[in-house]
Ligand binder design. Sequence first.
Ligand SMILES: [Zn+2]
Length: 246
Amino acid sequence: MDRDISRLKDILNRSNYTVAVCGSGMAAESGFLGFKMAERAYEIERAYGASPEEIFTGGYYNTRTVQFFNFYKKEMLEKVPEPGAGSRVLAAMEKAGRLQCIITANVFEQEQRAGCENVINLHGSVFANRCPHCGENYAMEEIRDAKGVPHCRKCNSVVRPLVSLYGEMIDSRVMTRTTEEIGRADVLLLLGTTMQSEVFSNYIRYFNGKALVIIHKESHFSDKGADLVILDEPGRVLDQLGYTNG
Ligand SMILES: [Zn+2]
């Protein structure tokens, strides 16, 4: 382990452009379990009568709006996780000039709330909400605390959370920015995700730098494609790099 940490330090110190990719394993460390785990999916199906993949969709938002917001508020907005140790270290690394961009599939802005600046929220953010009709913006708390379905105070349309729902295309500008950042990187850090991740694999193909590092609790057959693999929680590993915020 100590050898891995010193190798990681060495890799980071030689890099001129480091990009971190944050997957579900980064949200898990701050307590958000997501919906992919079998037990969670089963609990949700029992509580709401449908799977997360059915409820968290444009179809539900449009036609079963009450059920959509009931699920969204209870399972996401009332469970917004605080930034974990990993996010705080990323902010310190960025401030020290050792990290240039953070790409995340998590929608809770843990990285920004920890102080990171150049962040791409690939799947949007629960903190951004907009009326699709008149463009009025709403804070997360206004959606969370609304009675039932949140309606626009100006035009009474249903407010739309600016997060990607299952099956939705990602904004093409966000996709372009993501491939550009990964294409520029000397070092790519995969935190709490794998090279074969459904979300990231198409972007990771654009990596053409010196070292690809995976820090993840679970091993995966595709890990052999990486230059360094540390099988542990990203926050715990990053914490040992010696970056402090302040
Ligand atoms: Zn409106």
